[in-house]
Write a protein that binds this ligand. Structure first.
Ligand code: HEM
Length: 354
């Protein structure tokens, strides 16, 4: 559509040329690891799918423990394309988390977190934590017996943290046990608080990336480095990859729609062989490695303390990796990253088959 009057109207008020020049100046380094530069954009695209499908579902979902489960059954069975939107929202979330982990490990192994990009890593890591909480809170909205048991275990586990555990557990549950009040809280998190915080952090994360430009791995010789113009070359490739991702999500949503379990009964015992979502399996499996009591102390509390220390170390990696800060190769942190990765994969596989 060519509309010169509209264009002039904007040009008279805003200096669009300045923005255009800024975009034209931007370029992306070209080297053998450049494929990993697309992972952040894919994550962004999947989050957009989640926002759109989530808004559609929120028109029909009823956030009350007596009606929640039934309202989802009605979305799936009575609403035109309702099953498809629910399925898209489910698979979009699964793949977004896969892509988030891929993005995290690629930036870790390429040491993209090194000076001056520490806050890009920190803001990204918080986004990962939020994405996982998005997953848990969304799962609970289904109000089926598996989701109910998963939230009881997860909030109970958080309660085992010394000092702050009791507060976190009560804050999340909104009651002494998991009840309809927990559903109200998780709904508020899922559709209000988390999207808002995510949006702010995502803007910060991406602005920081624009400010610093893309990092180049230490092993790549900077003198011989070529650059790809961001617009249109990189953007076109981004769009092609997004289209492929959309194809994958739509195919999975169509062929493998998620099931709905039996409505939760807060008074019934947890169903047998209950397992959390796949991205919690490594935590679940780690907890199982610890005996009930170690030297007279609660084994689960010790496990949760060790897991928290492991996560905190991971979060602060840019500040510990001194060699990368000096633009030197840091094999130790490559190994640490690989060990974290292998541990995560191994525990997830054991969790699946056990
Ligand atoms: C909602 C979640 C996230 C979104 C939408 C997002 C988006 C992006 C985008 C668009 C980029 C620029 C292109 C790229 O390198 O792929 C980027 C870069 C980066 N992200 Fe993320 N990201 C997210 C989560 C994370 C997480 C979990 C981490 C790690 C803890 C992280 C760490 C980084 C780093 C270090 C860079 C700089 C890469 C470089 O300069 O080479 N991000 N992110």
């Amino acid at each position: 559509m060519n509309c010169p009057r509209l264009k002039n109207w904007f040009w008279e008020r805003y200096n669009i040329d300045e923005i255009r020049d800024l975009v034209k100046q931007k370029s992306v380094p070209k080297h053998k690891y450049e494929i990993w530069y697309y992972t952040g954009g894919i994550t962004l695209f999947l989050f957009i799918i989640q926002f759109i499908t989530g808004m559609v579902l929120s028109f029909y979902y009823v956030p009350h423990f007596e009606h929640a489960h039934k309202s989802i059954i009605e979305i799936v069975t009575k609403l035109n394309m309702g099953w498809f939107f629910r399925s898209l929202h489910h698979w979009g979330a699964q793949i977004a988390i896969v892509m988030l982990f891929t993005h995290l490990w690629s930036t870790l192994l390429l040491k993209a977190y090194r000076k001056p990009r520490e806050f890009v890593w920190v803001s990204g890591f918080i986004l990962l934590g939020i994405a996982i909480f998005f997953g848990l809170s969304g799962y609970f909205l289904l109000w089926d017996e598996r989701a109910f048991a998963a939230v009881r275990v997860a909030t109970g586990g958080a309660g085992n943290l010394p000092v702050v555990g009791g507060f976190i557990k009560a804050f999340l549950r909104g009651d002494i046990d998991v009840t309809g009040d927990t559903l109200t809280r998780f709904y508020a998190f899922h559709v209000g608080i988390l999207p808002l915080v995510t949006l702010c952090l995502m803007v910060l994360h991406i602005l920081l990336v624009q400010y610093h430009g893309m990092s180049v791995p230490v092993s790549i010789k900077k003198e011989k480095l070529k650059e790809t113009p961001f617009f249109p070359n990189f953007v076109y490739k981004d769009l092609i990859i997004w289209l492929v991702m959309l194809g994958i999500v739509v195919t999975l949503a169509t062929l493998v729609p998620p099931e709905i379990g039996k409505k939760a009964d807060p008074l019934a015992p947890a169903p047998e062989n209950i397992k959390p979502e796949w991205y919690f399996l490594f935590l679940f499996q780690t907890l199982k490695l610890f005996p009930g009591e170690i030297l007279g102390l609660n084994g689960e509390t010790i496990a949760i303390l060790l897991i928290s220390a492991g996560i905190l170390f991971f979060f602060l990696i840019p500040f510990f990796d001194r060699k990368s800060q000096r633009e030197e190769r840091s094999t130790l942190f490559t190994w640490i990253g690989l060990i974290y990765f292998l541990y995560f994969v191994l525990m997830t596989i054991i969790g699946f088959i056990s």
